[in-house]
Ligand binder design. Structure first.
Ligand SMILES: [Zn+2]
Ligand SMILES: [Zn+2]
Length: 111
């Protein structure tokens, strides 16, 4: 339906705020798009309910939980969808998402 399949994407390489390709690194070492380069992830929670710290390591940014240790940042982002929701409410309902996608595609073809 929509050309957005990514295979073998285990790294966090898309902007956590809008899902676009991360082309620059934020101050936290997270790949983000140009528009969100100044944004910071905050208030992210671990599966255990504790807040996690975002750290930058050899392999890029990761999350650190006081109770669970280091966690894949991507997993933490999946557990904290509100980061995306702030920017794009389209992430939640499937139908709305499809509508928006089609509409913007059409615009691209028209102009
Ligand atoms: Zn972005
Ligand atoms: Zn934890």
């Amino acid at each position: 339906m929509y050309l957005r399949k990514r295979y073998g994407a285990s790294r966090v390489d898309s902007c956590p705020f809008c899902g676009k390709q991360g082309v620059v690194k934020s101050a936290q070492g997270i790949p983000v798009c140009i528009a969100h380069r100044k944004m910071q992830l905050s208030g992210l929670k671990c599966a255990c309910g504790s807040y996690v710290d975002i750290k930058e390591g050899k392999w890029g940014a990761y999350a650190n939980c006081l109770r669970c240790g280091n966690i894949n940042l991507k997993k933490v982002l999946e557990m904290n969808p509100q980061q995306k929701a702030q920017e794009k409410p389209e992430e939640k309902p499937e139908k709305v998402k499809t509508e928006i996608t089609v509409r913007s595609d059409e615009l691209d073809f028209l102009y």
